[in-house]
Design a protein around this ligand. Structure first.
Ligand code: OGA
Ligand code: ZN
Ligand code: ZN
Length: 371
């Protein structure tokens, strides 16, 4: 960092980040003032370098006009955070966009599907870190040898976060039902989709734990929706733009429930980076837009849908009893082939959220001990 960059960070930014005990509660780091408390004519007064800072290193002391407040900013903190004159390479994002992911097609994972044995995952902190990191970076992990017990999927979710209960319950049974309220509960093929796009917010993680899989068929598939969306952006930027722009109505209804959400198929962050995919041919509703928008939406939707089915994108595998796949439901699409309804196939599914998983991963990384 050059002297000119640190010389005058914008005054309100600098003051808003004052680390002193009057500005932040030393017990929790939370801010104690309102942004409106700062004087309109706030200005940096005297500045002195080489002053001992709270982190034990050298710091920069700032005396503020007109209120005489005193701040000491650790040099290391300023070097890491001070706004420069120009916007450099975009900082890594919030951990949720394509900027922080390893995008993949099936061949990229050949022979190296991210997986961990249940015993090692539970017993070894480094394995836990690697496992959760796979969910963060690749969008999924396959846990093997998870005891194929009723409700065990909830215990799996609780190793890294919190179960998201829904109208389907704490967990949902994926098996053939007599009067299914969802095609998942039949033997039908299910093409790549994200779950519950009719919810806002969507469950950001899904777990599917296999208790039995003796049916003919019923193989699993995963597609990296971020990769597919990035391909769409390359091959047909106009279609990509349409899918980021047009709110799509998703809906689910049964006797007790009526859910609805209006969101685009591809969500981007304010910098245009892919952040969330919603795609589900079963629950997409009626589009209410002008005829022109409807035309361009359907052209783009069909292009994206074909792309998602392109050979080579989907990773195919088969769940065996004791396997539990944990995946990012804002990024990966999941699928299964049709299966004979006479055969025994039983999965238990649950939803959870990425914020909890990423928090657990961060705490593990700082050496904490959530086991
Ligand atoms: C689901 C689903 C996949 C499977 O229940 O949402 O997609 O393998 N199931 O049965
Ligand atoms: Zn202060
Ligand atoms: Zn599903």
């Amino acid at each position: 960092m050059t002297a000119t960059e640190t010389a005058h960070p914008p005054a309100f930014w600098l003051r808003d980040n004052c680390p002193c005990g009057a500005c932040r509660d030393p017990r929790n780091g939370q801010k104690l003032f309102q942004i409106t408390d700062l004087p309109d004519d706030l200005a940096v007064g005297a500045v002195r370098d080489g002053v001992p800072a709270a982190d034990g290193g050298p710091g920069r002391e700032v005396l503020w006009e007109p209120d005489g407040h005193r701040s000491v900013y650790p040099d290391a903190w300023l070097a890491a955070h001070a706004p420069g004159a120009a916007l450099g390479p975009p900082r890594a994002g919030d951990g949720r966009t394509e900027a922080d992911k390893d995008l993949w097609a099936a061949a990229d994972l050949r022979g190296r599907i991210p997986e961990a044995g249940w015993g090692a995952y539970i017993g070894d902190r480094r394995v836990r870190m690697r496992t959760l990191d796979s969910v963060a970076r690749l969008g999924f992990v396959l846990l093997r040898g998870v005891p194929p017990r009723d409700r065990m999927v909830l215990d799996v979710a609780r190793t890294f976060g919190f179960v998201r209960e829904t109208n389907y319950g704490e967990l949902f049974e994926v098996r053939v039902e007599a009067d299914p309220n969802n095609l998942a509960f039949t033997g039908a093929r299910i093409t790549p989709h994200t779950d519950n796009p009719y919810r806002d917010p969507v469950p950001t993680l899904q777990l599917l734990h296999c208790l039995s899989n003796e049916a003919r068929g019923g193989d699993s598939g995963l597609v990296d929706g971020f990769h597919a969306a990035a391909l769409l952006r390359e091959e047909d930027p106009d279609a990509f733009a349409v899918l980021t722009r047009v709110p799509v109505e998703f809906a689910f209804a049964d006797a007790r429930t009526e859910l609805r959400a209006h969101r685009p198929l591809i969500d981007v962050d304010p910098l245009g980076r892919i952040r969330e995919i919603r795609f589900n041919n079963r629950s997409i509703g009626t589009l209410h837009q002008t005829a022109a928008v409807v035309e361009e939406f359907y052209a783009a939707y069909r292009t994206f849908a074909r792309l998602l089915l392109r050979p080579g994108l989907q990773l195919d595998f088969r769940l065996a009893p004791g396997d539990c796949v944990v995946f990012d439901n804002t990024r990966l699409l999941h699928a299964r082939t049709a299966f004979a309804e006479s055969g025994a196939r039983h999965l238990q599914g649950a939803y959870a959220d990425l914020d909890g998983l990423l928090s657990t991963l961060s705490v593990l990384r700082r050496g904490g001990d959530r086991s």
